[in-house]
Write a protein that binds this ligand. Structure first.
Ligand code: PFF
Length: 461
């Protein structure tokens, strides 16, 4: 198997930058800090880290392995490794999930571009917390401006994908990821040196087991999936560009650790700053777009740090969205024999179009699409609570029970070049732990939403 002309990543650093670029995104910067604080700080962190290692890492290794072995897109990989079987549906789910995620992801990424521009122009100062709130709400409800920013974001994303694996994805990940780390470190230093920062660090790291609930456990697993970009074939696609000389077990370990470390650093940026100014940590997008501008305006050098922060958010979103778009583009190129240019144009414009409706569903088109949710929340719900866990479950079962230990070991060792002394542990996770845990999360996510919608009380917790 293998395509001699395949556009492959050229270096180990390129692989790590691209894969970590995919993993590090909006999930790390606005979601992780909030949920970590919400579910008992240190206690949540401990469990999250456990899930990353016990479940996330095995699935990441599996995705890389599948892609590199098959040298194909997410759908084609299953077709190649399991001919004449229904496993290919797993890849198809991945392509659908990519559509769903990119549509709403591009909207939020557009918001961060807008906020970066606004802070550059000095428009995020001298406001009350209520003014920041109405500024944000009235912005996302507008019909034109958020769509313009989302479109700019999608054009940049498609532009990089269009350039291909080496000249686009790898090249820009190698530039953007170090930039992201530098900005993050500058912001960490700023935040922890603010007087009163300790309260935020305590909120984040002091284990509070009273706040650590079943809900926290399930959120930890769900977020581990989203954060590591697992379950939709992103890393299968990237894996297909990895050379045989790369130790994919090690690469997966480095990528998952980098992603976790960056999430923790983002939380160290946000929480101490929020607490130093005695502001209640807000939830979800509000934390970043309402609470933080309020924090920045009170901070010495706030405008500068505000620009840095929103650029950071935009960069993080960009390297993630190129990986999502790449899943669809490679699928089109390989399965429909399209030129990369045509595929990028079609995939980019159709995801952007769905994104336009997502953006409008915040304002003029704010109607219930599914279980009382608007389009934006519906896509988020299906992607994060259904498609990603389902994809992860199928990938674990595929490698654990279908593809098997021997072939996996052979691929992971690159034909005997690397030791795979973790193979037995890997298979215990892929065969038993991961499928059972993901199944629970999958069912929980669905039942919980039904429960809220139908105002029922089914669950024991
Ligand atoms: N990992 C990204 C984040 O944490 O924001 C989101 C993401 C990217 C999810 C790529 C899935 C994916 F395939």
């Amino acid at each position: 198997m293998g395509d001699q002309n395949r556009d492959l990543f050229t270096s180990k650093f390129g692989v790590i930058a691209a894969a970590a670029g995919s993993a590090v995104g909006l999930g790390n910067i606005w979601k992780f800090p909030y949920i970590a604080g919400e579910y008992g700080g240190g206690a949540f962190l401990f469990v999250y880290l456990g899930f990353i290692i016990v479940i996330g890492l095995p699935i990441m290794i599996s995705e890389f392995m599948i892609g590199r072995k098959a040298q194909k897109n997410a759908f084609g990989s299953f077709k190649a490794l399991a001919p004449n079987s229904s496993w290919r549906i797993t890849g198809l789910f991945g392509v659908i999930a990519a559509y769903l995620i990119l549509s709403f992801y591009g909207v939020v990424a557009g918001w961060s571009f807008h906020y970066a521009a606004e802070s550059c122009l000095g428009n995020l100062v001298d406001k009350t917390p209520q003014e920041f709130e109405s500024l944000f709400v009235s912005f996302i409800e507008k019909p034109i401006l958020p769509v313009v920013w989302q479109s700019i974001f999608m054009i940049v994303t498609a532009g990089i994908v269009l350039l291909g694996v080496q000249k686009g994805i790898e090249k820009y990940s190698k530039i953007l990821m170090p930039l992201l780390v530098i900005i993050l470190l500058v912001l960490v230093v700023r935040s922890v040196t603010l007087p009163g920062a300790e309260k935020g660090l305590a909120f984040l790291f002091k284990p509070d087991f009273s706040k650590f609930t079943m809900d926290g456990v399930l959120n930890a697993l769900g977020h581990a999936f989203f954060s590591l970009s697992l379950g939709m074939g992103t890393l299968i696609t990237y894996g297909s560009y990895v050379k045989k000389s790369n130790n994919i077990g090690r690469t997966a370990f480095q990528v998952s650790m980098a992603d976790t470390l960056i999430a923790i650093l983002a939380a160290i940026v946000i929480m101490p700053a929020v607490f130093a100014f005695d502001i209640a940590p807000g939830k979800g997008p509000g934390l970043v777009f309402i609470t933080l501008p309020n924090v920045f305006q009170q901070m010495p050098g706030g405008q500068f740090f505000s620009v840095l922060f929103f650029v950071l958010l935009g960069v993080a979103a960009l390297t993630s969205s190129i990986s999502i778009l790449e899943v669809i583009v490679t699928f089109f190129v390989e399965e429909f024999k399209m030129k990369r240019k045509t595929a990028t144009l079609i995939a980019g414009s159709t995801t952007a179009l769905v994104g336009v409706f997502c953006s409008l569903s915040m304002g003029v088109l704010n109607t219930s699409v599914f279980m009382g949710k608007n389009l934006f929340d519906t896509l988020d719900f299906f992607a994060s609570n259904v498609f990603l866990p389902l994809g992860g479950l199928l990938i674990a079962l595929f490698v654990g029970w279908y593809f098997g230990k021997q072939r996996t070991e052979e691929e992971l060792s690159s034909g005997g070049r690397f030791k795979v002394n973790y193979i037995n542990v890997l298979f215990v996770s892929l065969r038993y732990i991961a499928p059972i845990a993901i199944f629970i999360v999958l069912v929980y996510g669905i039942v919980e939403n039904l429960e809220i919608y139908l105002e029922l009380d089914i669950m024991p917790w």
